[in-house]
Design a protein around this ligand. Structure first.
Ligand code: PLP
Length: 393
């Protein structure tokens, strides 16, 4: 006998993985250059040279210590550098003891959900959303409450949101810049969200935490700004990761920031740490705690994402696709040319275009295009997107 839930999670491949595997098979048949794979969110630009140089220097200079266990919450010096960096950038006053270093944003989220969830608790999520939220929230024994998408601009449907927040709401998750829409929440949206949360927290007599999942914080395009959310809503917990900003998804490094002024900050921090312990994380990779904290003011060269975005948005719109302009991240979420996004994704395969149906992100009628790919592949794919559009005329 095994856990049916875990067996299900272990055997059901995500739609994204299915597409990726299909792409590999198809590449073997028709040649890799003839398959246009927009399925995965794997950064296509290398980490800055300073990352590798720092890693090599640390391995050379601290070879005897760098592989050791660190404190469970992460090395004190690394946490201090993360705090200093945010303080410089956002005029904040964070301290090292408010940071809990994790194996990436996925672990940050798991630590927060497990740390906060009491029996019967709910976490509100806005569609379109990163599908693993459901796995993480349910894994913490809580319930995910999904708010349907506001498809004109992928901001927030406030009427639906207000109706969904209730006495069991423990937290609300935001992800801006967003996977899969690429949309950045405006300051106005965030201030309105903060007003609702302040009012509802008072009404229900307990804090409703805002969990800001921000692995794409640094990937923002001209004309857009990502406001620092803890300055807009006090009870914010930040989940961060260097997977995208420094192109280090395989190294597994991120953090949870529990600002000292949130309600019950000491208890929340202790619960996050306790969750990390119960999940068996022990500590985040020692070498990359040092590397990321020494390089945390840098990013990979993000220009290619901007070039890819501009090329795709302009070209797809010219072909008649409806696209909400993405302000950040490296995803585009156009409307499909038929209501059924699964059928559209299947039809796209006939042109060797691999795009992910929006249903899995809670937003049917759309597909996700990950444009963290070579610009040349996008150029070669454009005639295929045109043929796909023409096939609907
Ligand atoms: N949150 C969002 C919105 C993501 O897109 C991802 C990864 O793609 C994660 C969290 C997990 O990131 P990490 O690799 O840091 O665990």
């Amino acid at each position: 006998m095994v856990s049916e839930r875990m067996k299900g999670l272990g055997t059901a491949r995500s739609v994204i993985r299915e597409l990726f595997e299909y792409g590999k098979l198809r590449a073997a048949q028709v040649g890799a250059e003839n398959v246009y794979d927009f399925s995965l969110g794997n950064p296509s630009v290398p980490a800055p040279a300073a990352v590798n140089e720092t890693a090599i220097r640390l391995l050379t200079e601290q070879g005897d210590q760098i592989h050791c266990y660190t404190s469970a919450q992460g090395d004190q010096g690394a946490r201090q550098r993360f705090a200093d960096s945010l303080n410089r950038r956002f005029g904040a006053h964070y301290t090292a003891d408010q940071f809990y270093i994790t194996v990436g944003a996925a672990a940050s989220l798991c630590c927060v959900f497990n740390g906060l969830a009491c029996p019967g608790d709910e976490f509100v999520v806005f569609a379109p959303y990163f599908p693993e939220y459901q796995v993480f929230i349910e894994g913490a024994g809580a319930r995910m409450v999904l708010i349907p998408p506001e498809i004109e601009g992928f901001q927030i449907d406030f009427a639906a949101f207000e109706a969904a927040v209730g006495p069991h709401t423990k937290g609300v998750v935001v992800n801006s810049p967003n996977n899969p829409s690429g949309v950045v929440y405006s300051r106005e949206t965030l201030e309105r969200l903060a007003d609702v949360l302040t009012r509802k927290s008072r009404e229900y007599g307990h804090p409703i935490y805002l969990i800001s999942d921000e692995p794409y914080r640094e990937i923002v395009y001209p004309g857009f700004q990502v406001p620092w959310i803890p300055h807009i809503y006090r009870d914010t917990i930040v989940c961060y990761s260097f997977s995208k900003s420094l192109s280090l998804p395989g190294e597994r490094l991120g953090y949870v920031l529990v600002p000292g002024d949130i309600t019950d900050a000491g208890d929340v921090y202790a619960a996050v740490a306790g969750a990390g312990r119960s999940l068996g994380y022990v500590n985040a990779p020692s070498l990359f705690q040092q590397v990321t904290s020494l390089c945390c003011d840098l990013t990979s060269d993000l220009k290619v994402y901007e070039e890819n975005r501009n090329l795709l948005v302009t070209s797809l719109r010219e072909m008649g696709y409806h696209v909400v302009e993405p302000g950040g991240a490296f995803y585009l979420f156009p409307r499909t040319l038929e209501a059924d996004d699964m059928a559209f994704s299947e039809r796209a395969k006939q042109f060797d275009l691999l795009v992910v149906p929006g249903s899995g992100f809670g937003a049917p009628g759309h597909v996700r295009i990950s444009y963290c790919v070579q610009t040349d592949m996008i150029r070669r794919a454009l005639p295929k997107f045109k043929e796909l559009a023409d096939s609907y005329r």
